[in-house]
Structure formats: C-alpha cells, structure tokens
Design a protein around this ligand. Structure first.
Ligand code: ZN
Length: 306
C-alpha cells in the first residue's frame, strides 16, 4: 500500500499528535463538538510570518487516498476549519483529524477561516483506488429493505446506530496509530462491490477478519463505547466506539460483548469475542470506520497485518 506523505508532514503535526493531549485540548474538543464547529485556537501573534516556527499553512500526514485520512495542524489563528466542506474540530494545540470517503473526489479543499478575517485554502489531491468489483449475471436480491414488516424491526435499530454515531465524547484515540482488533484471515476487504445485471449493490463498508469463533478482539484505539448491544438483525452483537473528532469504529457479529455503553476503553483492551450473530455466513469480525458520513478503509489505519 503506497503511503502518500506530504514532505512537510514529518515535522510538527505528527510529533504533536503523538503525545497525550492535555485537559485543555480535551475541553476544546468537547467545546468544538458541542458547537458542531471548530474550536478557537489559542491567541497567536499577528500573522506577519516573521516569527520563527509560526504556522502560516496547513501541515498534515496520512493517507491521501479514497477511504484514507490525515492528521494535521491548522495554521495559527484558524478559528474555523473545513475539509471538503465538512467542519473539522481543531484541538487547542491546533491539531485535527479529517478523512476521505470511499468515493471521495480527486481534489478536496482544505480551508481555514483566520482570526485576521482572511480565508486560507489549500487543495489536497486524493488518489483514486481500484476497488474490487465483481459483475454477476443474477438479479439483485431485494433483501426485504423496502418491506414494511422488515422496516418495523429495522427502524429502531437504525435509529439507535445513528444516535450512537452522532455522540461526541471528546475521546482522543484519533491521535493514535491504530492496531488490529484481532489478527486472522482477511475474508472481505473494504470497498468490494457486486454489480448485479448492471445494477450496483452496496459496497462492503468494512474489513472482515476470520480468526475463528470465540476469539477475543480488542479496541484498535482509545475511545468511549457509545453502543454495545446484542440482537441487531443485520449486525448481531454490535459495539460502536467513538474515537473522538467524529471518528468511530463499529464491530459486528460478536458472540459476546465485554464492555458497556458509556465505558472508556484503552487501545488493546478486550471488548468482545468473534461470532456469527446477525446476518453472517460464518464467524468473523466486521470492523468498519466512519468519519461523519465518510466510510473509511481500516487497512489504511493499521497497515498490513503481520
Ligand atoms: Zn463485512
């Protein structure tokens, strides 16, 4: 997997992002989440570029590709930041997280409204991916999605998932390098899609790992459990963890759940066991990552499995 890195990225953004955030940063994130908008960065000197070490531009590092993400540092004096039109929460130290949907366009605009009144903008080039597309000569299964009886069951489930994903806990796992929740055979990759007689089906929204029934899996990064319930018709035993800054993980088909809603979890902490609950043909963990409405490729967060 090629790693697209900005040459400027090696400097401040990542070293700052690596350390434990202070309470003030957390407070800023919470404030940003409550406002639904970027936090105000600390008072900074006038933006005349004469001060050494002053950030007059964005810096970032990450995976500039569809399904990828960046961790970055906003220019000094940024009072509001958007990526591709989506408001981004900026921590008090100026760092932020942003990500690119599976179907993100080739260019995404990075914009900062500065306290000087100026608008600073930079363009990000997002590399396209070659998704695994399978054309089949059968009709698309209806799946019962339009059926009234089905929706009666599905609607409360859907609402619970949507509400959980909308929670903003101030978690800071978004700053960490993610680890694999469990290692094993990868039985389904992110983005894979079937085309039925020319009609596209829904693409695979996560990665499937099949280490065997009952194998424990762990939190890939710090976070707060925003949903942990069994019995979902599609997902079965479902855990959703908020990693902060709008980034969350979902873990499907669990046979058992080891955490409770509202609980803070640490990277590497066991959270459940692999199963085949809900709609699953065999025991596996489906792990998906979302940032707002953008669906992301977990493999870009962890790197290849060793
Ligand atoms: Zn899956």
């Amino acid at each position: 997997m090629p790693r697209a890195r900005s040459p400027r990225a090696a400097c401040s953004a990542l070293t700052r992002a690596g350390g434990p955030p202070g309470l003030r940063a957390i407070a800023a994130l919470v404030a940003a989440a409550l406002l639904g908008w970027a936090a105000v960065s600390p008072a900074s000197p006038p933006d005349d570029g004469a001060f050494q070490g002053q950030n007059t531009r964005f810096s970032w590092a990450g995976e500039l590709t569809q399904g990828g993400f960046i961790r970055g540092l906003a220019p000094d004096g940024a009072v509001a930041v958007t990526v591709g039109g989506t408001p981004v929460a900026v921590a008090e130290d100026g760092s932020f997280f942003a990500a690119f949907d599976r179907d993100a366009p080739a260019t995404v605009q990075l914009k900062a409204q500065l306290d000087s009144g100026q608008l600073h903008r930079e363009a990000l080039t997002i590399a396209p991916r070659q998704w695994q597309i399978e054309r089949v000569a059968t009709a698309k299964r209806s799946g019962g999605g339009s059926d009234e009886a089905y929706w009666k069951i599905r609607e409360p489930e859907y609402n619970a998932i949507t509400a959980a994903r909308a929670q903003r806990t101030g978690a800071t796992g978004w700053r960490q390098d993610f680890i694999w929740p469990v290692k094993g055979r990868i039985s389904g990759r992110f983005g894979r899609q079937r085309i039925y007689n020319g009609e596209p089906g829904a693409y695979h929204s996560g990665i499937d790992i099949a280490p065997g029934h009952g194998v424990p899996f762990v939190a890939p990064a710090d976070g707060v459990v925003v949903l942990a319930r069994t019995g979902f018709s599609l997902e079965g035993g479902l855990i959703i963890i908020d990693h902060g800054s709008g980034l969350n993980s979902a873990f499907l088909h669990a046979s058992t759940i080891a955490v409770r809603e509202g609980e803070a979890v640490m990277q590497g902490q066991p959270i459940g066991n692999v199963g085949a609950t809900g709609r699953a043909t065999g025991p596996h963990l489906h792990w998906s990552l979302m940032w707002g409405d953008a669906r992301l490729d977990p493999l870009l967060f962890t790197g290849p499995m060793n």
